[in-house]
Design a protein. Structure first.
Length: 332
């Protein structure tokens, strides 16, 4: 079976790829992936493992102090004579994935891991420059997945990942301890065949624990989100910046409804998700007003408020004084 995966690096919006790579070698390392001028630097590492599995690691280091803008980074185009199973695991940073075949956009990174089942793929990847990005991709023929765990188990895993009934792209919540297995697949202290053997072992361990999580624990996750997962969600919400997150996407990544997610969060913290997110955004606004020169209107827009008036009303209700009073008390 022939499988081709091309990666093209983009430097600016609507740009053509400045470098194209077809993954046909056993390994490849590039220490200077193209980025927009002044944005930072990146690296690319690729290994072909046994059973025709491809493992890729990409790291993007953004220039310190760079605003958190969305930058076009790469396009991934693939074609195969049989379906391919592709995983994208983020260990830091945020990504916006545009599936140009479906004309569908997904926010992954902190929002979850992305899984694909395709014979043809056409993706464009945008990265947020507010934080360094590190991610890994794992790709294999569907026949390889069937061979490793048996067709019945493999099909159950795909259904657990919501890759079935015409669904070719899925965003799912994967526990950090499982994601870290792919992160550790590229050891810096090993080289040659030993490095590839280590990577192979980690990939197999990843597939086993991923299957245990989405097959064995599926019923429990649907009935009740564990306390540790809700705490992880709360920590992620505290790290998010900008406008309000899409709670539908968060809920789908856990395989539940927004209502269930909100009820479990409220049970744990005696506060609804919506109230918690609103408070966190207003705390961020208070910090910005105190420590920056940003206009109040700009801060309001960044937080997702439709206008300054509604922002001022919410801020005053939360803190007992209007946002403008912080600026009147300061001298620049």
């Amino acid at each position: 079976m022939k499988s081709i995966l091309n990666i093209g690096w983009l430097t600016e919006a609507h740009a053509e790829p400045v470098q194209q790579m077809e993954l046909t070698q056993d390994s490849m390392s590039i220490s200077a992936v193209p980025m927009a001028h002044g944005a930072g630097h990146s690296s690319f590492d690729y290994m072909r493992l046994a059973l025709k599995m491809d493992l890729i690691q990409v790291v993007h280091h953004f220039t310190p102090g760079l605003p958190g803008h969305w930058l076009p980074m790469a396009e991934v185009v693939g074609k195969s004579s049989e379906p391919q199973f592709l995983v994208r695991e983020f260990f830091s940073g945020k990504s916006l994935l545009h599936d140009r075949q479906l004309d569908k956009k997904l926010h992954d990174g902190l929002a979850g891991s992305t899984f694909h089942l395709f014979e043809q793929i056409d993706l464009q990847v945008w990265l947020n420059s507010g934080k360094d990005v590190e991610m890994a991709m794992l790709k294999m023929d569907i026949s390889t997945l069937y061979s490793l765990m048996g067709e019945a188990t493999a099909q159950t895993l795909l259904l657990g990942l919501r890759l079935g009934k015409g669904q070719v792209t899925s965003l799912q919540r994967v526990p950090p301890e499982i994601s870290r297995l792919l992160h550790s697949s590229f050891p810096k202290h090993l080289s040659g065949g030993l490095r590839r053997l280590h990577a192979q072992a980690k990939v197999l361990e990843y597939l086993v624990t991923l299957t245990e999580h989405f097959v064995e624990g599926k019923g429990n996750r649907r009935d009740n989100i564990k306390t540790q997962v809700v705490r992880e969600l709360r920590e992620e919400l505290q790290r998010l910046e900008g406008s309000l997150p899409n709670l539908e996407e968060f809920a789908r990544s856990y395989g539940v409804s927004v209502r269930t997610l909100n009820e479990q969060f409220k049970r744990e913290y005696r506060q609804s998700l919506y109230s918690f997110i609103a408070e966190e955004r207003l705390k961020a606004a208070h910090t910005a007003l105190t420590h920056s020169r940003q206009a109040i209107k700009v801060i309001a827009v960044q937080l997702g408020f439709s206008d300054v008036s509604s922002f001022s009303k919410a801020f005053t209700k939360c803190f007992g004084y209007p946002p403008g009073s912080l600026r009147r008390d300061r001298e620049f």
